[in-house]
Design a protein around this ligand. Structure first.
Ligand code: HEM
Length: 507
């Protein structure tokens, strides 16, 4: 019986898609010129062309069809943006039209119906939550105030790696980096580390995969009940795990605060939110006060944790991988650190602004390995014509940042090469003003956690390179290091990075 039903649904869907497919082909032939792109198949559109590494497949397709390309993901028109000039049109010139997010199954489950920030549609709820998160977690002042947390965790990282170095051990650098980032971010977001808690890391990794994967149910809704990729099942399991985790923390804080006579002045965003449970998030706005409920806390926390843990550790992992593959650059960076910091002490945060070569190394790493290769999908809120191309309302916009970093017309013939010196006196910054390098996105939806992410990234890389010499295990040559990517919302290494440390500071 279920298979008869499934067959019926497939046939019905095929029929609907054929009708839809031929209707759109003809209607768009009016005077509205759609962007060029590969011909779509009925039902699935161009989904079959994405492959295992969609950013790379889209990069190749864009070389054929141009920097503003139309593909169909199921029935959803999707505009793929693949040049700096085009990115500027979508993320700056017409930013307001493209500042929304599509409604997707993953955020229904993970962030309780888009009650977080990253997957929430453009509007007053998103604006309120974003301001709130900046005030309590992400402003420059807040990031600065967490410097002692980062310092303490750096000391403990260096001590534990030093102990391993003394034993001549090979280190799983990917794991070590993920651990230190998890502890730093947990302490700034929750006011404590999660050492003794449920393993959060596997849940976050699964979240990043599920939030990034092309989910058939989002693009071919009539197939959603069949859950052909098993994504809904995994979403349920992961969101249950995450929500149970946050509920337990909320309960603990509520119990604690009942025993305290006076309300403490909390410094971390999680405690502040829980202490304001059932009160308006935005008391000044009588029309949209947004009462803080458990679902809002869960949604916002899932976003904060997912956006901060994996992104930052992935960026560190790739930078260290490139340094291991390029001993010349590693030596140059160690030389800079020796000159500015000296071999007698660890790196302090106050040293970071003076480390100009480190800055170039990190830009170069984010150029070749953008953590979010396709950003987070944007959605248009009205019909618009961009550069002569008609873009219908509710189109999905995918900016291929991975492709922007490989554009030979911008980066010259050696675009594929890791060569930090290209940034020497170039004036190109990564904060969202120079569209050839936008690893944090740009415009209204640009990353609000850039300051927190960049400070942590710079500090961890500088510390590990300054305090240790690194060697690849098993006599592996630098150019033999595997650099395979694993696609999700973030783009980590497919395989963990291993290296052997040797302590190099004096004393
Ligand atoms: C190296 C580290 C990081 C990188 C490379 C990075 C990159 C990005 C990118 C590319 C986007 C999407 C922009 C778009 O769709 O246009 C984004 C969004 C976002 N990031 Fe980050 N990020 C990093 C660290 C962080 C941290 C530490 C946080 C803190 C919690 C954070 C919070 C967010 C949030 C909340 C959004 C969604 C913003 C919105 O939709 O309004 N990120 N990030």
């Amino acid at each position: 019986m279920p298979s008869t039903m499934a067959l019926f649904l497939v046939l019905l869907g095929t029929l609907c898609s054929f009708i839809y497919f031929f209707r759109t082909l003809t209607t768009n032939k009016n005077d509205r010129k759609l962007p060029p792109g590969p011909a779509p198949l009925p039902i699935i559109g161009n989904l079959h062309m994405l492959g295992k590494l969609p950013h790379q497949s889209l990069h190749r397709l864009a070389q054929r069809y141009g920097p503003i390309m139309l593909i169909k993901l199921g029935h959803v028109p999707t505009i793929v943006v693949s040049s700096p000039e085009a990115a500027e049109l979508f993320l700056k010139v017409h930013d307001v039209v493209f500042a929304s997010r599509p409604k997707v199954q993953s955020s229904d489950y993970l962030t309780c119906g888009a009650k977080g920030l990253a997957f929430t549609e453009y509007g007053s709820y998103w604006r309120t939550v974003r301001k709130w998160c900046i005030l309590h977690l992400l402003s420059a002042l807040k990031v600065e105030s967490f410097a002692p947390v980062r310092k303490a965790e750096m000391v403990s990282l260096v001590e534990s790696v030093r102990a391993m170095a003394a034993e001549g051990e090979t280190l799983n650098l990917s794991q070590q980096v993920a651990k230190v980032v998890e502890v730093i971010m947990s302490r700034v977001i929750f006011g404590r580390c999660m050492d003794d808690e449920v393993e959060l890391k596997p849940l976050i990794e699964e979240t990043m995969y599920l939030a990034g994967v092309f989910n058939l149910s989002d693009y071919v809704p009539f197939l959603a009940p069949l859950d052909l990729q098993g994504i809904k099942r995994r979403l349920k399991r992961t969101s249950n795990g995450l929500h149970a985790f946050f509920d337990k923390l909320i309960d603990e804080i509520e119990r604690e605060s009942k025993n305290i006579e006076e309300r403490k002045s909390y410094t971390d965003i999680f405690h502040v939110m829980v202490s304001l449970l059932n009160t308006p998030m935005n008391p000044a706005d009588e029309e949209n006060p947004y009462i803080i409920g458990r679902e809002n806390i869960r949604g916002i926390m899932v976003d904060m944790v997912a956006a901060s843990f994996d992104t930052t550790s992935t960026a560190i992992e790739w930078t260290l991988s490139e340094l291991l593959r390029h001993p010349r650059v590693m030596a140059g960076l160690q030389q800079e650190l020796e000159t500015i910091v000296g071999r007698n002490r660890m790196v302090e945060e106050s040293d970071l602004p003076k480390l100009t070569y480190l800055d170039m190394v990190i830009k170069e790493s984010l150029r070749l390995h953008p953590v979010a290769p396709l950003l987070i999908p944007h959605e248009s809120t009205e019909d618009i014509t961009v550069n002569g191309h008609f873009i219908p309302k509710k189109s999905r916009i995918v900016v291929n940042v991975w492709s922007l970093g490989r554009d030979c017309t911008v980066w010259s013939d050696n675009a594929e090469e890791f060569f930090p010196e290209r940034f020497d006196n170039s004036g190109i910054d990564l904060r969202g003003h120079d569209f050839q390098l936008i690893p944090f996105g740009a415009g209204r939806r640009g990353c609000p956690g850039m300051q927190l992410g960049l400070t942590t990234l710079r500090l961890v890389v500088a510390q590990l390179v300054h305090c240790f010499d690194w060697e690849l295990p098993d006599a592996l040559l630098p150019n033999e290091l595997d650099m395979t990517e694993k696609f999700g919302l973030s783009l980590p290494r497919a395989n963990h990075l291993f290296a052997k440390p040797a302590y190099r500071l004096v004393g």
